[in-house]
Design a binder for this molecule. Structure first.
Ligand SMILES: Cc1cc2nc3c(=O)[nH]c(=O)nc-3n(C[C@H](O)[C@H](O)[C@H](O)COP(=O)(O)O)c2cc1C
Length: 191
């Protein structure tokens, strides 16, 4: 990995094995340009947020996720849509990490994607997630918007994303995320 490689942490908001969103994150890993490296983090082992637990010390799973977020240059959040919003497991993980004193999300660039069997491709959840990113002082990329609708027709039996338009959009999103992240880092350094 060269010094100019952008380290991206991919987090998927679905825990199920055959998740369309996990498959979308996998497609991003395959489509990433050579100057972007995507690592993933799991969120299934994070307990439900409880301030009483926090008062006794952050769970190891939260500390581990926070460290991964901290070490990343940018994030790639891949969200399903549940009841027009972000699934509880993803919101719960974000809520926990947002309580870490080091504020690992702050100042990072973030790209958002999602896949759904319905016709809006997680649009409503993605706009809720953008709002959450504002409070976290993250910097979401505006476009391209990767909203994979009718997901049952876009992945093959093995879970590979076959839709050419979606693959092209993901590739563009990653190129733009790399440039966005570098721009934000330049700004942070005051250069
Ligand atoms: C509790 C629940 C609520 C859902 N609400 C929505 C919704 O508001 N909009 C939507 O497009 N799909 C909705 N769905 C369907 C999901 O998009 C679908 O289950 C999808 O496959 C979940 O993502 P995954 O494949 O990555 O697990 C919902 C599913 C569940 C379980």
């Amino acid at each position: 990995m060269s010094d100019t490689t952008v380290k991206v942490l991919g987090i998927c908001g679905s825990l199920r094995d055959k998740s369309f969103n996990k498959a979308t994150l996998q497609a991003a890993i395959e489509l990433a340009p050579s100057d972007i490296r995507i690592e993933t983090a799991t969120i299934g082992d994070i307990p439900l947020y409880n301030a009483d637990i926090q008062a006794k010390g952050f769970p190891a799973s939260v500390e581990a996720l926070g460290a991964k977020v901290q070490a990343a240059d940018a994030l790639l959040l891949v969200t399903p849509e549940y009841n027009y919003s972000v699934p509880g497991v993803l919101k719960n993980a974000i809520d926990w990490v947002s309580r870490l004193p080091s504020q690992p999300f702050a100042g990072k660039g973030v790209a958002i994607m999602g896949a759904s069997p319905s016709m809006l491709g997680t649009a409503r959840a993605q706009y809720h997630l953008r709002q959450i990113c504002v409070f976290l002082d993250m910097h979401p990329l505006n476009r391209p918007e990767v909203m994979i609708a009718h997901a049952t027709t876009k992945f093959d039996e093995a879970g590979k994303l076959r839709d050419a338009t979606a693959r092209e959009l993901i590739g563009k999103l990653l190129v733009d995320l790399g440039a966005w992240s570098r721009l934000l880092q330049t700004r942070t350094r005051g250069a």
